[in-house]
Design a protein around this ligand. Structure first.
Ligand code: PLP
Length: 399
């Protein structure tokens, strides 16, 4: 007889997948679905990377490889991630991972003792809350402020949450689901706080390169601020930049002592990240002419989608949003629409819209159980897998 161990009760999930399932069940029944619920991309991985994967298979790169990753990829990542952020890393600072997500749990296991507190954003990637709890840490949510023209982290709130038991700050900048980007001053204030209270930082950076307009010129990694490199681990992933979500290649990058622990967890959990994919990932970083062009073109398309979506969403009665500077997520306030239609519960609102119009999005409920964010109701549109044509049709239907 199966009896579930107590600790699994503490494990949460990524509830956006439940929305995907609902949408695909409706699609199977013949309903047209307009997919805005998941941060996957309808772009193909750059051909040069696909060719490199085939080539490495043909070259027999099919056996086990070192748990920390092949030296070529570790070196290439140290150079690129450090170079882009103005930080000196060597391959000793890099542990290759099967995607970005595994870095979260492995970092927590490597740094946090039972009962120590971890600050994390809510709304935020739901895996933070799930894994902090699961691995014996105490989750403490910090939130965002809606200023009317942007979402900002609240440094005073973060300061007020710090106690002698606080060990880690999880910082996701640019952020999912808000599309928020900290100003240099905010980031410096956060870094000062981490240094003052001797906190470790997990800098979750899947969207580091997905920043639009002038914001990209002043955008930094918190790891590059004075005094931060030795207390920060960066979560890097190939998933979003190169439309490689299903490939599962990423890395933890940071101080060697923590990286060594993370690699020890690789040995215990996966042995290594898929060998031939690591060789393809080296080419992804080295064939810059092709892959930089890919990213450049993708960003131009994403920016057009963003501008179109912002304009059309604001034409839907009771929906309002402002233009986010980063990511491919749009956070939309729907309090008025819910009032107009007589909904009290945002999930009822979402399900009803999905059933009637086929427009599928996530709600604030999918981004962490700590419901501290504002009293208004928000939903998230991901525009990474909807073409401009789809956006136009979907928003006409919604309106
Ligand atoms: N962190 C954030 C904030 C994300 O949005 C995601 C993916 O959506 C990840 C981490 C995980 O990235 P990956 O798909 O490479 O595991």
């Amino acid at each position: 007889v199966y009896s579930r161990p107590e600790r699994t009760n503490r494990l949460g999930t990524e509830t956006a997948y439940a929305v995907s399932l609902e949408a695909s069940q409706l699609k199977a029944k013949g309903k047209t679905i307009y997919p805005f619920h998941i941060g996957d991309l309808n772009f193909s991985t750059p051909q040069v990377v696909i060719d490199a994967a085939k080539k490495s298979l043909d070259a027999g790169k099919t056996g086990y490889c070192p748990a920390a990753g092949i030296p070529e990829l570790r070196k290439a990542l140290a150079q690129r991630i450090g170079g882009d952020r103005g930080i000196e890393y060597t391959m000793e600072n890099v542990s290759v991972q099967p995607g970005g997500k595994p870095v979260i749990g492995k970092f927590l296991l490597s740094v946090v003792e039972d009962g120590e507190e971890v600050l994390y954003p809510s709304p935020g990637y739901p895996i933070y809350e799930s894994l902090i709890d699961y691995h014996g840490g105490v989750p403490k949510a910090y939130t965002y402020i809606d200023t009317g023209s942007e979402f900002k982290i609240d440094i005073d709130q973060i300061r007020s949450l710090i106690t002698p038991k606080t060990k880690v700050l999880i910082y996701n900048n640019p952020s999912n689901p808000m599309g928020a980007l900290s100003s240099p001053e905010e980031m410096q204030a956060l870094a000062d706080l981490c240094i003052q209270h001797d906190l470790w930082v997990l800098s979750d950076e899947p969207y580091f390169d997905i920043v639009y307009d002038d914001a990209k010129f002043e955008h930094r990694s918190i790891a590059s601020l004075p005094g931060m490199q030795d207390r920060t681990v960066i979560l890097y992933t190939f998933s979003k930049n190169y439309a490689m979500t299903g490939w599962r290649v990423g890395a933890a990058i940071g101080p060697k002592e923590v990286i060594d622990q993370i690699t020890k967890l690789n040995t215990n959990m996966e042995a290594c990240t898929s060998h031939f994919l690591q060789h393809a990932s080296v080419e992804c970083l080295e064939k810059r002419k092709q892959t930089d062009q890919f990213l450049f073109d993708m960003l131009a398309e994403l920016k057009d989608r963003r501008d179109l979506l912002v304009k059309l969403v604001n034409e839907v009665p009771g929906f309002s949003c402002f233009t986010p500077p980063s990511t491919f997520y749009l956070c939309v306030k729907v309090t008025k629409a819910m009032d107009m239609l007589g909904f009290k519960n945002i999930e009822d609102f979402r399900r009803s819209i999905l059933a009637e119009t086929g427009v599928s999005f996530c709600t604030r409920e999918h981004f962490g159980e700590a419901q501290s964010f504002d009293t208004d109701h928000y939903v998230r549109f991901a525009y990474s897998s909807a073409s401009q044509e789809t956006i136009k049709t979907a928003l006409t239907v919604l309106k």
